[in-house]
Write a protein that binds this ligand. Structure first.
Ligand SMILES: [Zn+2]
Length: 102
């Protein structure tokens, strides 16, 4: 298996192995890549590479994690709605009182 040198004459669209988004491996980047002695194509998009470098790897959420996040959001929403309802009821009560007081 021969190592194929990078084709530095045209941009290439690659798919990131991490976020599965497509990104452009430009001629400019290829030249930098080749100068550093790399002959393989990058596996990750610039964003994921940056994240990896910063150590903040954002791995896709698993189904149970998504479920957990959704449950949390629903719980928060319920608390919010209950508070809203309570304040509306309070306001209705005070309006009623005011009407009765007239
Ligand atoms: Zn990516």
């Amino acid at each position: 298996m021969a190592l194929t040198a990078l084709d530095t004459t045209a941009d290439e669209t690659l798919v990131c192995c991490q976020c599965e988004r497509s990104f452009t491996f430009s001629v400019q980047e290829k030249k930098v890549h080749a100068r550093r002695g790399y002959s393989n194509k990058p596996k990750r998009c610039p964003t994921c590479r940056e994240n990896r470098r910063n150590g903040t790897q954002s791995k896709p959420m698993s189904e149970s994690e998504i479920l957990l996040e959704t449950c949390k959001a629903i719980g928060e929403l319920r608390v919010f709605m209950e508070r809203k309802m309570a304040s509306i009821e309070q306001r209705l009560d005070s309006i009623e009182e005011a009407l009765r007081g007239e």
